[in-house]
Structures are given as structure tokens and as C-alpha cells.
Design a protein around this ligand. Sequence first.
Ligand code: ATP
Ligand code: MG
Length: 376
Amino acid sequence: MVTVDQVMSSLKKVVDPELHKDIVSMGMVKDLAINDGKVAFTLELTTPACPFNSEIEQDVRNAIASIGETELNLKVTARVMEGRAISMDEILPGVKNIIAVASGKGGVGKTTVSVNLALTLAKTGAKVGLLDADVYGPSVPLMLGLKQTPQVTNNKIQPIISDGVKVISMGFFYEQSQQAGIYRGPIVSGIVKQFLTDVNWGDLDYLIIDLPPGTGDAPLTMAQTIPITGILIVTTPQEVAMNVAVKAIGMFNKLNVPIIGVIENMSHLECPNCQERIHIFGKGGGQRVSEKFNVPFVGEIPLHPQIMEGSDTGKPIILSEPGSIQANAFTNAAKTVAGRISVIAAELKALEEAETEGRPRNDTVSQTEPQNVPQS
Ligand SMILES: Nc1ncnc2c1ncn2[C@@H]1O[C@H](COP(=O)(O)OP(=O)(O)OP(=O)(O)O)[C@@H](O)[C@H]1O
Ligand SMILES: [Mg+2]
């Protein structure tokens, strides 16, 4: 008859490909019960959007099968790990992870990426918020086709819910305030901070912040004051965009903000006739930037008229053409981001545990940490 020890030692051999730890040590095996030789437990994954979820599930089934003729009743769930330092908990205690989307240069597709990323994560079942921190030129309402004005109840601004994503943007308030975005740096970060503290975000797995472009005052102050899990850098393949992406990575490295990775937007054209990729602006730029600074490459998003039309008409590609090559590019990137967040969260947990046990911090420093930090 199969025993708990046999099951646990078999499951200990299943290693999460990203976290490089076995699922038992990670606490992913819950409610194990063995009745009449039948094994039942819950596998609790670190995110519903993990790119390796089905691989881990299959490894688990194989591990149980390896014990012998055993019936398995497996339930698979996901609980997103918290990737924010404990000391930051006073702001948004219900928000597990904050992902800031940044670029050195304007117009590279930050908002397009933020919106599609938010919608994709929400589709997997995660609780998602989207904060448009571009106070000067908020374009999230336009891209999601939102015209409502948020209500205020119990002194809290209620976000607008769009396809499962809680959204807030300065654009929602323009009509009321009758003014365009002409604010200076400190006011901008004040408004964004207010969006963090005065909006009823509730419990969220991921809050995505669409940062204003550049490495100027506003994104800098925000990165310093907002307790972020990590930054996602958006670039396009042109040399000039990559140079500013490098500058942005340097800035965030100096601020000790983890970099989730680099995503290359408008990467190539998918030729409709020959199924080949045409690299109009050059090839492999985003990949080179990520290799140079040892930060993950999150993915390539093709240049496609439907992506632009989706933004203009308020129906992002993830909703208008799900399953298309261009929508899948966003889906794959979102899964990589979610996986990377789990890694950052696991590293943070290990650091906190090391500190509690009085071990030096560098015991657990990850190999994915930037090796080559730019100086400017
Ligand atoms: N992959 C793509 N294919 C086609 N058009 C795209 C793609 N990505 C973005 N665009 C279009 O490029 C324009 C700029 O994109 P977006 O507004 O997302 O950039 P941004 O970095 O947020 O700009 P800003 O710096 O002004 O905030 C938009 O019209 C958008 O629809
Ligand atoms: Mg934008």
C-alpha cells in the first residue's frame, strides 16, 4: 500500500523549471490524503499564468505513477506569490505584485503592452489592476474604449472594471477637471500616489503600472516611492530606442529595482504570404540588450496593423483576435512575465527567511541578478 513518505519523496523529485526548487520545498503540495491506496492532493502553482504549468502537472502525474499502480485525484490551483518587500506593505497591502512598464523612449508601445498584458493575466483567472501613470497623456481609456467616470464611495475611488481588469487613469477625470495634462514632476507623482492610496483596488495578484515615457523626473520619483516588484522594459529594435532602454535599465539598477525583463515591440512583420518574418528595423536588438545586462528577454511582439487598430478602437488584440499570431505573442510574453514574477517573489522570500535566521543576505542572491550594470 502506498504511503505518505513514498508520495512525498517521489514528489520531491519534481522541480519547478523556473524556481529550480522542488515542489514539496516550495509548499506547492497541499491537503495530501491517502485512502484505500488512492492518493489525493492539491497542487498549488505560483501563478495561473505560468508557462510551465502543464509541464509541472505532467511531472507530478509521472512521479505518482512511478510509485506503482496508484489512483491519483489531483486538483490544480494557483496562488500568486507576493513579490513586494514586507517594509512596503503599508501601501496597498492587498496587492501582491506591482509590475511597472517603462521605456527610455516614448511611443514604443508601453501602453499597448500594459493593456494587453493586463487583459491576458486577467483571462488566466488572476486578479489584475491597471494604473495609467501617464498623467500627461493618458491613453489607457482610449485603448480600452472606456468613457465612464469613476464613482467615489466611502472616500475611495472605485476603479472602472474592463474585461476583468480594474482600471484607473487620469483620463477618466479630464472632463471633470477641464484641464489637459500640464503637471510638473512632483504633482505627477502626487497624483499617482493618490491613485495608489485612494483607489479601492482590493485584493490583486498583479497591479500593472503604465509609466510615463523616459528616464525623467516622473518615472524616477515613482520608481523610488512605489513599492514595485519589478520593471518591464519595452523597446523597439532601432538603435536609438535600444540606447535609451539601456539607459533606463541603468537607472532602475541604480535604484535597486528588479528588472522583470525586456520586451521588444514592433519587432518584425509576419509576412502574410510567405510566413517569414521581415525585420524592418533590424534583428535581435532586444535580445542583445537583455544579454548585455543579464536580464531575461520576455518576448517579441510583431508590428501589425490589427494591434494598432485594436488600440485605436478600444478593442485590444487580445480581445479582438484571440489566438492570432499577434495575440499569442502577448499571451506568451505575459506568461513569461508571470513566471519571472514568481522567481522574484521566491528570491524575496528566501532573502527574508535568511534574514530571519540571521544568515547573510548574499547566501541566497540569485543568478539572474544583473551582472553588468551600466554606469549612466
Ligand atoms: N506592435 C504594434 N504594431 C502596430 N502598432 C503598434 C504596436 N505597438 C504599438 N503600436 C501603435 O503605436 C502607437 C504607440 O503605442 P503606445 O501608445 O502603446 O506607445 P507608448 O510607449 O505608450 O507611447 P507614449 O510614450 O506616448 O506613452 C499606438 O498608435 C499603437 O497603437
Ligand atoms: Mg503610453
